[in-house]
Structure formats: structure tokens, C-alpha cells
Design a protein around this ligand. Structure first.
Ligand SMILES: Nc1ncnc2c1ncn2[C@@H]1O[C@H](COP(=O)(O)OP(=O)(O)O)[C@@H](O)[C@H]1O
Ligand SMILES: [Mg+2]
Length: 277
């Protein structure tokens, strides 16, 4: 705890102009559990000035975003804008050259990806990446790999089957033989098995038929309704903005626009570039 407070204080010096209310919230309520009930506006995830390079490709050029507890935040942008890089950098799956990430008041620099998952942040990766040769059941079991409370895992799998009967019907089926929509539901179910406070989703609607896309967005909304905060990357900007509270628009590694989703849906530039109208 002392470490976090020192880090928090050090950050307040550099970031106090950019995010005063969060730093104030942290100073007043160093314990996350209290902050969550008493300070719903405090940012759960803070990304500040993040730079990522792949060799000499400068993929993220100083990205800053915030996600508050309980929100759904959309990240929209064209192919190659840096959306996946941002999510993977937040999970420490790719190294960042500069800038940092705070999750629930703690800097995540130096944490391994499993530690980040243990701390309550999980990602549903682009392209779903279910374990194709494993059964639906085993994919869910693998989603609990970082958990300490192993005794509750079986019960939680049963809960997922209750909530998502399509998965229950196929519990013994090999994941690689599922349809795209079913694989997406499984990838989401697997992520839920880590008991996340914050779920990052990378293009969950990609390659799915319109009806299935609707189901996926409804599922995300429902997960959020159950108390999980969501950061949603989508090329389907229209649907993403319809279910989210706020959004960021990413272009070639930079945030070019941030606003409430309602305003972004009305924004002429956004309409022209991302909403096909
Ligand atoms: N593993 C990689 N190696 C080299 N360049 C990469 C790699 N992954 C992404 N890039 C480049 O980084 C930029 C951002 O890519 P990405 O984050 O995948 O964008 P998005 O998810 O928005 O489509 C692009 O220019 C892409 O070509
Ligand atoms: Mg991507």
C-alpha cells in the first residue's frame, strides 16, 4: 500500500494539471474498495502519454485515455490506427517506450500479463483466439488460470452455462468447430472466468453476421450491467457508440477526438469517416 501511495504522490506532481479530480480522489481514498463505492467517478484505468514502437514504426504516439468504473468506453478508428496495440500495451503484452498505465490506482509497469489479470483486468483478443483443440468446458477452465480461488471455478463455469445456454449445449464440443459467433461468446466467457473488474474487447463483432453482431453487443451491455467496466475497440463505430458512454477516436497512433458517445454519433467528421453517412 505504501508503495502505491508513493507512486500516487509522484504521479500527482506530473499529472495534476491533466487529471486533478482523480488524484484528489486517490489522495482522499487510497483504498480502491472504498473509492469504488464512494467515488464512482474516479478513473479505474488511466493511460497517460503512452508510446509504442515496433522497430521504427511509431504505433502509439503519446496516447492518454481514461475509463471510469462502470463505464463502457469505445475506442474507434480505422485499420492500422493502433487500437490493438493500445489494448495489448495496456495488458503489458507489448512493451511501451514511454508513458504509463494506472489500474485501480496502481501503476501496472513491471506487472506481468497474468498479474494484471489477477488484479482484475482481462482482454478478449482480436480474432477471439479460443484454444481450438480444447473443448468449450476446457476453454472456460483455462480462463481461470490466473485465479487463486480455484475451488470456485467449477461453480463459476456452471454460472456461465446458465447465463449462456448456447455454450452449455456445446460444453463438450471442440472449440475450433464452433461458429464464429459461438467462438466469440466462448472468448467472452473465458474472459469472464478471470472475474474481471475491467474487460477489454478487441473487435468482438469482426467477421460476424448482423444478427450475431447484435447478440454480441447485447452481451457486452449485459456484462456491463452486471458491474464489469468495459473498454471496447471496434471498427463497427455505430453499434459501439450506441452501447457506450464515451468514446475516443484514434488516428495513426494518436487520439484525435474524445467525447460522449451521444456527441460522437452526431459529429460530422465521425459520421463521414466512421459511420458511413
Ligand atoms: N507486430 C507488429 N509488428 C510491426 N508492426 C506492427 C505490429 N502490429 C501492429 N503493427 C503496426 O502498428 C500500427 C498499428 O497497428 P494495430 O495496433 O494493429 O492497429 P489496429 O488494431 O487499429 O488495426 C500499424 O501500422 C501496424 O502495421
Ligand atoms: Mg486491431
Amino acid at each position: 500500500m505504501a508503495e502505491t501511495e508513493i507512486a500516487g504522490a509522484a504521479m500527482a506532481k506530473t499529472a495534476e494539471t491533466a487529471m486533478p479530480e482523480t488524484e484528489m480522489a486517490k489522495a482522499a481514498m487510497p483504498e480502491t474498495k472504498k473509492a469504488e463505492t464512494a467515488m464512482p467517478e474516479a478513473a479505474m484505468l488511466e493511460v497517460h502519454g503512452l508510446h509504442v514502437y515496433y522497430g521504427n514504426i511509431h504505433a502509439l504516439k503519446g496516447i492518454s485515455i481514461r475509463v471510469r468504473e462502470g463505464e463502457i468506453v469505445s475506442l474507434i478508428g480505422a485499420n492500422g490506427a493502433g487500437k490493438t496495440t493500445l489494448l495489448t500495451a495496456i495488458m503489458n503484452q507489448v512493451p511501451s517506450a514511454q508513458g504509463g498505465v494506472n489500474f485501480m490506482g496502481r501503476p501496472t509497469g513491471g506487472m506481468t500479463p497474468p498479474t494484471i489479470v489477477q488484479n482484475g483486468m482481462t482482454m478478449v483478443p482480436e480474432g477471439r483466439r479460443v484454444f481450438p483443440r480444447c473443448s468449450v468446458y476446457d476453454n472456460l477452465l483455462l480462463g481461470a488460470y490466473a485465479r487463486k480461488d480455484k475451488k470456485n471455478v467449477k461453480r463459476d463455469i456452471e454460472e456461465i452455462f446458465e447465463s449462456y445456454p448456447q455454450l452449455a449445449e456445446r460444453k463438450k464440443q471442440i472449440a475450433g468447430t464452433l461458429s464464429g459467433g459461438e467462438q466469440q461468446m466462448l472468448a467472452i466467457g473465458r474472459a469472464l472466468m478471470s472475474k474481471p473488474r475491467l474487460m477489454l474487447l478487441d473487435e468482438p463483432s469482426m467477421g460476424l453476421s448482423p444478427m450475431i453482431v447484435g447478440q454480441v453487443f447485447a452481451t457486452i451491455k449485459r456484462i456491463n450491467g452486471g458491474g464489469t467496466t468495459v473498454l471496447l475497440v471496434e471498427q463497427n463505430a455505430n453499434q459501439a457508440l450506441r452501447i457506450s458512454d464515451r468514446g475516443y477516436v484514434l488516428e495513426t497512433g494518436s487520439v484525435v477526438l474524445e467525447d460522449s458517445s451521444e456527441n460522437l454519433l452526431q459529429n460530422e467528421q465521425v459520421k463521414e469517416a466512421y459511420l458511413g453517412s
